[in-house]
Design a protein around this ligand. Sequence first.
Ligand code: FAD
Length: 467
Amino acid sequence: MRKYTRSITLEEATDVVVVGSGPAGLAAAIAAARSGATVRLVEQYGFLGGNLTGGLVGPCMTSFSLDGKVQLIRGIFDEFVRRMESLGGAVHPSQTVSGSPYSGFMTFGHEAVTPFDPEVAKRVSMEMALEAGVELLLHSMVVDTVVEDGAVTGIVVAHKGGMSYVPAAVTIDASGDGDVAARGGASFQYGRDSDGGVQPMTLFFRIRDVDDEAVSRYQAEHPEERFPFESIVERAHDSGTYSLPRRGVQLFKTLEPGVWRVNTTRVTGVDGTNVHDLTMAEVVARQQVVQLMEFFHHELPGMENCRLLDTAGTIGVRETRRIDGEYAITLEDLTEGRPFEDVIAVAGYPVDIHSPTSINGPFDDGVPPTANVYEIPYRALVPAQLDGLIMAGRCISGSHEALAAIRVMPPAFAIGEAAGIAAARAVADRRAPRHIDVTDLQERLLRSGAYLGERMSTPDPLITTRS
Ligand SMILES: Cc1cc2nc3c(=O)[nH]c(=O)nc-3n(C[C@H](O)[C@H](O)[C@H](O)COP(=O)(O)OP(=O)(O)OC[C@H]3O[C@@H](n4cnc5c(N)ncnc54)[C@H](O)[C@@H]3O)c2cc1C
């Protein structure tokens, strides 16, 4: 270790700075700006969206209750989807069913997913942020956190011009990894209780020139397969012909004929907060893409002539730090659908754990099903130790199992929206985020189109429900 001291430039202060523009940060920045705060959104890449765009991750998993009947995640998420839909870039979740090509032929938990075009997502996310008045700071990576008297007062970013100090009254950490909180000294949990193992990384890629009908025909003829092409993958494993990283091929049809997203590379035992692990994981996953393409050509019906369309700009990291909050969400909170006085979002996606050590998962680890609807409390967004900071997205406080459900993109949008409104209120009322009026936050969320469950809402004829 070496001590390093240097003067750095100072950016103008804003009320709120949001770190990370994935589903959580995007919604947080829009919501905070719409609530009257001056907002700066800091992102290491040159576009917005995080995994939604740069990670090529999709479809958005369900925004409905587990039974697929009631749309739970509305507000900014629904607005975002409908704007993409109006540009021909998405199918609204109310129009998709489980077991279909859009849901990757999966049934459990895969009712009402949202297929979308990542380029349209890039366009709509930037338009919505700019329209709300969010100031963007792209190509800027947060490298340090400034804490004064126990409160985060700003962040240090590195960029082509060097380094800058970016001050703000409230910071929202939507970096996925809890970078701001961790650098500010917040305590956190990492991995599962038994051995600290985290979910594997996956590099998404897309393929084109797929014979869609042949793929669907094969799946229809093999309803016993939990993952597409599972028996072919198993034979390849047993014969030693191919060494494949997963139990089956997890693939999702996109809006374009012949184009599918593939969620099948897998790198285990790597830490998404360690640059050497990230580097190694990119190398390994990109080698796996080459092997998988060969396997597809030779072994999979409908894939004989497919071609690689693109790989994601970055490997996808499913799990790293979970920052200790005023409340840590437990698996039982989700399985029992426990009510919280400070509910700020509801969701219905089940616990989705890709094994930290093997080719298994998701949904084959014996974790009980979640309730049809479960609640997310505001206290899980408030770091236990630091003031001036709100967490949003997959780094909020909860167990390995609980976060494996909440981590998907629709809940991240809903949590982000709540974090954004909370940050704006904290600034307006001159209170620490942990001391804001949560009833007022809930009323503001409801007024801006969010849904907080039956208990908190009056019946709304516009709610999207399905029989
Ligand atoms: C392989 C994989 C498959 C998945 N499959 C699905 C799926 O099919 N459907 C689904 O709904 N969800 C899926 N998920 C889950 C989902 O994509 C993420 O959990 C979700 O995107 C989390 O949102 P977020 O906003 O918290 O973080 P992210 O989407 O990760 O966004 C974080 C943002 O912060 C930026 N950032 C990070 N650190 C810094 C820093 N220090 N400085 C500046 N910027 C920074 C990043 O560049 C990024 O833009 C998957 C995830 C992975 C990894």
